[in-house]
Design a protein around this ligand. Sequence first.
Ligand code: SAH
Length: 212
Amino acid sequence: MRLRNITGSREMIAESRFVVHEPQEYKGRWRELFSNDHPLRIEIGMGKGRFIMDLARMHPEINYVGIEKYSSVLLRGIQKMETDPLPNLYFIRMEAEEIADVFGREEVERIYLNFSDPWPKDRHAKRRLPSREFLKRYDEILVRDGVIEFKTDNEDLFRFALEEIAPAGWQLLQMTEDLHHDEKMLAGNVMTEYEEKFSALGNPIYKYVIAR
Ligand code: SAH
């Protein structure tokens, strides 16, 4: 998602108390930031942040970090936090490739990937967030019994993601090719902005849950 470049969005982010500006400094010490030892769950590619904000509101006993690479998009999340601040949620503006520099070994309890960029060209496969290259990074930061939950409406990306699981040493726990008509997997579902948009167009939503 790339919004029109909003003038000053970088400056507004630099001043925001909802953004962690030097996230590498918290590697292995995220508990100190939240001042508690609650589990930490992260969304990579949070966009405007509706999903992670809804989760943080519903689960004050869990800590959340939302990661987004574009300032103009992240700014929308910051604006929402200004009217509805949540003590158990912070944002980071960063490229997800650096994730293992920001979180320590087994520091993250769950990872959410929602409507990740498809990078359709073969030569860009490594940039896809559910690729084996990224699964290796997630392996470094996720607790042993931690899970990754991935949703998308992009069939090609989903098929690719399924094929990456075994070679990367992960296991499929649950999957559906039509989340909104899968009673079991739909229970407790929190919609993302993209999910609402694409399901309204009639696109089925694919979802998997994987672990090691
Ligand atoms: N999760 C949201 C937004 C989906 S769009 C939703 O479901 O509504 C995908 C988002 O991921 C975009 O905002 C994009 O900028 C971000 N993104 C994609 N690749 C990324 C990466 N490598 N690092 C950080 N953010 C990324």
